[in-house]
Design a protein around this ligand. Structure first.
Ligand code: FMN
Length: 328
């Protein structure tokens, strides 16, 4: 596949995720083996009004790519200008979001709302293309609901427009995150369109990735599994290279990475905001650990970095003692 001007065979992409895939998290996932990165989505209206938070989301200058800046909206003039700004912000390609299911976005016809009006969808993508000389990719869902799946038509439409890649989250807008992603649509898209195709939705293991390749996908995109374990990219690659699974990470390794991520996150976002916004990451790093309700509660109360680090180190020590007692 080609992203911007970079060719990558069977890329593992880190999904765009609002409030998650900021620069520190992207760098961490890149280090763990993610091949292609995306920014959190930025609203084209806010971007063109220079709303600081939205403009900041797009900034990727100097970041190791390929990296796509993701924008959404449906007003053609705004999209055109936002695409131009994404290019100025250092993107290697511009990704257009036509998959956001959140009510206030989809119901006004943006994000997945475009799946109910394909001519408008097409006009929006064309506007993004007019605004930038960079390649444009699109991320969307199967359709508005199960009775109105338009995945194949969308793929054909975008292929005809010269879109560089299509990422398909294999759920409908109405499904949100319920049920399971229906990957069978990937095969149907592949049979009916030659557009470079990135599978998305519920991909966690190397077996999932392999299956998506067997269905004809050119790459995969991983979101929530990377929040749970940023190592997921490394582990999938390791399996493909050696045929072996990576043993589960020790608590010490998990905590070490958590602390490194915390420091980078707070350095990027500042205090106290960074310490609050990092709270969403603890459950991933501590997944599978026993008796962590007290730890969890404490982690939600700290407003400085050092007490968090001390508490995590103390937890590792007590946990290992605990473990030794149970496993003589
Ligand atoms: C917290 C969160 C924020 C998200 N924000 C975005 C976003 O900004 N842009 C986007 O295209 N998708 C967004 N998504 C959707 C993901 O990119 C992805 O399509 C979805 O989570 C399914 O993939 P997964 O099963 O690997 O998580 C978000 C998902 C989550 C969980």
């Amino acid at each position: 596949m080609i992203f911007g001007t970079v060719k990558i065979e069977k890329p593992l992409c880190l999904a765009p995720m609002e409030d998650i895939t900021d620069k520190p998290f992207r760098l961490l996932c890149k280090e763990m083996g993610a091949d292609v990165l995306y920014t959190e989505f930025a609203n084209c209206e806010a971007v063109i009004r220079n709303v600081t938070r939205e403009v900041a989301k797009m900034s990727v200058i100097g970041e190791e790519g390929p990296i796509g800046v993701q924008i959404y909206g449906s007003n053609e003039t705004s999209l055109e200008r936002a695409a131009e700004m994404a290019e100025e912000a250092g993107a290697n390609f511009v990704d257009f979001n036509a998959g956001c299911w959140v009510r206030k976005i989809a119901n006004r016809g943006d994000g997945a709302g475009l799946l109910r009006d394909l001519p408008r969808f097409q006009a929006a993508v064309a506007a993004v293309q007019r605004g930038t000389k960079l390649p444009v990719t699109v991320k969307t869902r199967l359709g508005w609901d199960l009775e109105n799946i338009v995945a194949v038509e969308v793929a054909q439409m975008l292929e005809g427009m010269g879109v560089q890649a299509l990422t398909m989250h294999c759920r409908t807008r109405v499904q949100g995150y319920s049920g399971e992603a229906d990957w069978s649509w990937l095969a149907r898209i592949r049979q009916n369109s030659g557009i470079p195709l990135i599978a998305n939705g519920d991909i966690v293991t190397a077996q999932d990735v392999q299956y998506c390749y067997e269905l004809g996908c050119d790459g995969v995109m991983i979101g929530r599994a990377a929040i749970q374990s940023p190592w997921v990219f490394h582990d999938i690659k390791h399996y493909f290279e050696t045929g072996k699974l990576v043993p589960a990470r020790s608590l010490q390794e998990r905590v070490n990475l958590c602390i490194r991520h915390l420091r980078a996150h707070v350095a990027f976002r500042g205090l106290p905001r960074g310490i609050y916004s990092f709270r969403r990451f603890y459950s991933g790093y501590l997944k599978g650990m026993r008796n962590i309700s007290h730890l969890r509660r404490d982690l939600m109360t700290y407003t400085q970095v050092e007490p968090v680090i001390e508490r995590l180190h103390a937890f590792v020590e007590s946990y290992e003692e605990d473990f030794d007692e149970l496993d003589p």
